[in-house]
Design a protein around this ligand. Structure first.
Ligand code: SIN
Length: 306
């Protein structure tokens, strides 16, 4: 076992941020009771993250009681799934139920306001196969995202989500103390800017400067502590030397890869996923190339994090 028998440190097991054994897997924020659902059917995919929801046709008007249950289910399960939502557009509920719609500034625009159409095939290979939070490079990162499957490969193309509350809860106490009060820089340039000219980057920088968020944020609705750094967009820990920042950040972004924190969803056409983008990170598995996979996506505008 790590650090017990051998006098020579093990190159992986003695890394303090990669641990094994018991995991803390809480579904709700400390002191918060699980929701009570009278309208919705809740079918958990794991004990703490991800539930399939039945008993709702998202294309029909959503009354106040149903809206309350849907919001409660999203806070509790962090990502909720629906099947056979034929006439539902991701933008349909954005205003009112989840918040204001927000398009990703870099995704190709669909033909409806705010909706991005993500069509991947042999010509446009998917590159969302890295753990990330949508729009963390913005001053007010998206609170949520809504994704609907339009065309799905015969096999493959699943999506994974990871519970960043669990990622925080399971950190060693010394690491929790080390990161308390730290902030990190988030920037789109290393990823979205990689193929842009310097002129284009400079122009986009006017509206999208690099931003800072706490390394540990409080969820805006539940107050739960969440680890809020991600591999593609978090560039450094503010105030640390380059080497120390890289080493700490590396250990923190690896946490999303721990399987017990994750849920995996197998899509069908007309499946819908809605996720709490502050509480989770996600990863789109790119194993279906050169088959085609088409999704529609909209984000829900966020608030500055603290
Ligand atoms: C995304 O990263 O927002 C896309 C997820 C997916 O296509 O499964």
């Amino acid at each position: 076992m790590a650090g017990t028998a051998a006098s020579t440190p093990h190159p992986v097991l003695d890394k303090p941020l990669i641990r094994f054994g018991k995991r803390i897997l809480e579904r709700t924020a400390p002191g918060t009771a699980p929701g009570e659902y009278r309208i919705l059917g809740i079918h958990p995919l794991t004990p703490h993250i991800g539930a399939e929801i039945t008993g709702v046709d998202l294309s029909h008007p959503i009354g106040a009681d149903l809206a309350d249950e849907l919001r409660q289910a999203l806070l509790e399960w962090k990502v909720i799934f629906f099947r056979d939502q034929r006439d539902f557009g991701p933008e349909d509920h954005a205003a009112g139920l989840w918040g204001e719609p927000e398009a990703n500034p870099f995704f190709p625009k669909g033909d409806r306001a705010g909706v991005s159409r993500l069509a991947k095939d042999a010509m446009a290979v998917g590159n969302e196969n890295i753990w990330h939070s949508d729009h963390s490079f913005m001053a007010a990162p998206a609170l949520g995202s809504v994704l609907r499957a339009v065309e799905i490969p015969a096999s493959g193309g699943d999506t994974l989500w990871a519970d960043m509350g669990a990622a925080y809860d399971n950190l060693p106490d010394a690491t929790k103390q080390r990161i308390e009060g730290l902030t990190a820089e988030h920037d789109w340039v290393p990823t979205w800017g990689a193929t842009m000219t310097q002129e284009r980057i400079a122009a986009l920088r006017q509206t999208l400067p690099a931003v800072e968020h706490p390394v540990v944020v409080r969820h805006p609705a539940t107050g739960r502590r969440l680890l809020y750094v991600n591999e593609p967009f978090t560039t450094r820990i503010v105030g640390l030397g380059e080497e120390e920042s890289r080493e700490l950040l590396h250990g923190l972004v690896l946490q999303a890869r721990i399987p017990e924190y994750q849920v995996r969803f197998r899509w069908q056409p007309d499946s819908v996923a809605i996720w709490d983008n502050i509480a989770v990170q996600h990863y789109a598995i790119n194993d279906y190339y050169p088959q085609r996979r088409v999704m529609e996506r909209i984000a829900i505008a966020g608030v500055p994090l603290s």
